[in-house]
Design a protein around this ligand. Structure first.
Ligand SMILES: [Zn+2]
Ligand SMILES: [Zn+2]
Ligand SMILES: [Zn+2]
Length: 309
């Protein structure tokens, strides 16, 4: 196994716009699949990796193998969304753009993934922070000292142990529930021993927008998993609360976290997301085209030390 992915919350604000023109557009997983390429593109622009309408993956080596370099045509990625200007217009004024408060030029800021316990992971490195913070434990600490919050949680959510899981059983929490979730996230973030990472900050802001502007939030707890770089393996887990069905947490017929009766979900295996929209440059430019492009890119970057092979 290459690494672990932490438990995380996938979230998306369900605000309809021209970019959400796909089936089940409120689903956080689909939102991410459909709109992630826009973020990948913006990232490339911010890092000056786009030249003549082609984006190139970050290059670190002094020797570049034409056959191996990944990139994508900006036009191909934007075919589904119009063009960068159209996206910019849509997202600039979007009330659900939570990332805008962190970076005023950010597009598609209406979805994200928030790690619950942080570990580095190959598929998502760079998007999820490193460290060792466990929100489930921090919440238990918060609740020990705040009996009123405990009561509000019990009143609005199904009781679970630990309390964290009950908060996310509903995939479309009500406004009242979101207000409590916001309170919880704020209390937990105050206790994190490290700086608040971008992924947490984004969720915090998204949640706050969903409360203040009353924009529906769709959220899904994804259990921790392991990956070998090709597949992603999720252990048997409770289909209701998402807790891993370890022997301490599941009897085989009942989840001890949420008390749901029934067998846990079977272990699952999925392909990791991979590098989309990046693919081999030779596939869309041909070998000569890719070599020519990379030499030009090298000049553009002023990289005298880099050889294109
Ligand atoms: Zn440049
Ligand atoms: Zn939007
Ligand atoms: Zn459960």
């Amino acid at each position: 196994m290459l690494g672990k992915t932490p438990e995380f919350l996938r979230w998306a604000l369900a605000h309809a716009c021209a970019l959400k023109d796909f089936p089940k557009w409120t689903d956080p997983n689909r939102t991410e699949r459909h709109l992630r390429a826009i973020r990948v593109y913006q990232n490339a622009v911010n890092q000056d990796r786009v030249l003549n309408g082609v984006a190139v993956e970050p290059i670190q080596d002094a020797s570049v193998d034409v056959a191996e370099v990944l990139g994508f045509r900006v036009h191909d990625v934007f075919e589904f969304y119009g063009d960068p200007e159209a996206v910019s217009k849509t997202c600039e004024v979007c009330p659900a753009n939570a990332m805008k408060m962190l970076d005023s030029s950010a597009w598609v800021g209406c979805f994200g993934m928030m790690p619950v316990n942080e570990v580095a992971l190959p598929d998502l490195v760079g998007e999820l922070p490193n460290g060792s913070v466990d929100m489930r434990e921090l919440l238990q600490q918060v609740l020990k000292e705040d009996s009123e919050l405990v009561e509000r949680i019990y009143e609005a959510f199904d009781k679970t142990s630990p309390s964290w899981y009950g908060l996310w059983i509903s995939r479309t929490p009500s406004l009242k529930q979101r207000a409590i979730q916001l309170e919880v996230v704020e209390a937990v973030l105050q206790r994190t021993p490290c700086t608040v990472s971008a992924a947490w900050d984004a969720f915090h802001r998204g949640l706050r927008l969903s409360v203040e502007q009353n924009i529906p939030l769709h959220v899904q707890l994804v259990p921790e998993a392991e990956t070998d770089g090709v597949y992603w393996f999720v252990d048997s887990h409770c289909g209701r609360c998402g807790a891993i069905a370890s022997s301490e947490k599941h009897t085989g017929t009942q989840c001890l976290v949420c008390k749901n009766e029934g067998r846990p979900r079977q272990p699952q295996r999925r392909f990791v997301r991979g590098k989309r929209p990046y693919w081999k440059m030779t596939r869309f430019l041909g070998e000569d085209g890719a070599r020519e492009f990379l030499n030009e890119y090298k000049q553009h970057k002023g990289w005298d030390h880099v050889t294109v092979r």
